[in-house]
Unconditional design. Structure first.
Length: 431
């Protein structure tokens, strides 16, 4: 049965939690002492990574001969990296620049995954089950805590791991939905007040080029559409352009400051459903115990069945480069890993399933001050194909918008060539 945002019931989307756990308030040292050697430890949190517990884990490293750390959305380097291989090994399902100094070391591996895979990836019986979940949560309210701004990638291990350790940080906002946990779902609670990382936001006024791209991308969205959007200046600019729309639904991998403006402009109808929050002081204050936002698990926010049921679903994303056949790379730029697939494959596929759905890729036509075209002949290895060509639908640059879903071969290449920068078009041939 499809999710009804007017009567939100998350029970069908969440695994049963064992409950009955001791919920003991202890020191970080006591909590990590309960971790057995050769454990696989999930560390969640993204912007709210539990650094106090991680420091205790590092201090206690002499207890163990081998520990595998699983972290899907790491935003900063961890002190554990200084002891990679002695005893820590690392696995990530969402590569990021945080691992930059471990690439090639043999101590970190990337598990190819899309965001919806977090539904079953690390649960008992899944392909990479974890023994321990270390998470960050809000202060308790009426016997419950919340995973706050990072829910979708964290909630399943937090509800199912044999040992759950929570760092209780009063700075974390309490968000409603799947991230709410009863205290008896947690083994150890460790109090530690520490600042939350702010996501890097675009500064100043939007430039004319970004406004042009945003306006063309926003033209796909009509009143009554359900929208999803990525992170960055272009998606934010698109949302700003949509403030005059009405009866929009938000069903997205994330919510950002631009969503506040969209909501306050009266463009949004009903609940905003998301898995993650772009952390800023304004957003944290706005989202704290705000019933306008429901944080969901990945099978709800990114699941194909749920996306297929959304009315007029429009996915609004960007990418690093797009080839003349429509395939796109969103993970590597300038030879550096900047991201993993994330939710882009889920939303691209979901848009292709729903009636009236559209998938939009909006990007600047060049990088490196115009020296590099972001529309390319092909995705050259070792750059990965994040989005296959059969998901390509609408592509936008500052030179226009093309709809390529019904175009093949040279016709598709010609359409994409037409929105490349004029300085690079002569080099964009299929031969």
């Amino acid at each position: 049965m499809a999710f009804d945002p007017n009567r939100p019931d998350l029970t069908p989307f969440l695994p049963p939690s064992p409950g009955g756990r001791p919920a003991r308030w202890v020191s970080a040292e006591t909590a990590v002492a309960a971790i057995a050697d050769r454990s696989r430890i999930f560390i969640g949190g993204a912007a709210t990574t539990p650094l106090h517990l991680i420091a205790a884990l590092d201090e206690a490293r002499g207890r163990w001969s081998d520990i595998e750390i699983v972290s899907p959305m790491l935003q900063k380097r961890l002190p554990l990296f200084q002891h990679a291989g002695a005893p820590f090994r690392f696995l990530t399902s969402q590569a990021s620049p945080a691992f930059k100094y471990l690439w090639g070391s043999g101590h970190v591996e990337v598990l190819p995954s899309k965001y919806s895979d977090h539904t079953s990836l690390h649960v008992p019986g899944g392909p990479v089950p974890v023994d321990v979940a270390i998470v960050a949560v809000s202060a308790p309210v009426d016997g419950r805590v919340s995973l706050g701004v990072s829910v979708g990638s964290t909630v399943m291990p937090a509800r199912t791991a044999p040992l759950v350790i929570a760092q209780v940080n009063p700075t974390i906002p309490y968000t409603f939905g799947a991230g709410e946990l009863d205290l008896d779902q947690i083994d150890f609670l460790v109090e530690a007040d520490e600042p939350i990382s702010d996501s890097r936001a675009a500064e100043g006024e939007l430039d004319e080029l970004t406004r042009t791209i945003a306006a063309a991308a926003a033209s796909v969205v009509q009143d009554g559409s359900t929208i999803q959007f990525g992170i960055g200046s272009i998606p934010d600019a698109i949302l700003t352009t949509l403030q005059a729309r009405r009866n929009l639904r938000v069903h997205s991998g994330l919510v950002s400051d631009a969503c506040i403006d969209l909501y306050e402009a009266g463009a949004v109808e009903g609940l905003m459903v998301a898995a993650e929050v772009v952390s800023t002081p304004r957003m944290r204050q706005w989202i704290h115990r705000n019933p306008a936002v429901l944080m969901g698990p990945p099978n709800l926010t990114h699941g194909a069945a749920e996306l297929a049921a959304l009315p007029r679903f429009v996915a609004l994303n960007s990418t690093v480069e797009i080839a003349l056949d429509g395939s796109a790379n969103s993970e590597v730029a300038g030879g550096q890993i900047i991201s993993g697939p994330g939710g882009a494959p889920d939303f691209g596929f979901g848009a292709s399933l729903t009636s009236g759905g559209r998938s939009v890729l909006a990007l600047r036509s060049t990088a490196a001050l115009g020296a590099v075209s972001r529309i390319v002949r092909r995705i050259e290895p070792p750059n990965p194909v994040t989005l296959p060509n059969y998901l390509c639908d609408v592509v936008v640059t500052e030179f226009g918008r093309v709809d390529v879903r019904g175009l093949a071969g040279e016709a598709r290449a010609a359409a994409l060539r037409s929105i490349a920068h004029p300085d690079h078009r002569a080099d964009l041939t299929l031969a």
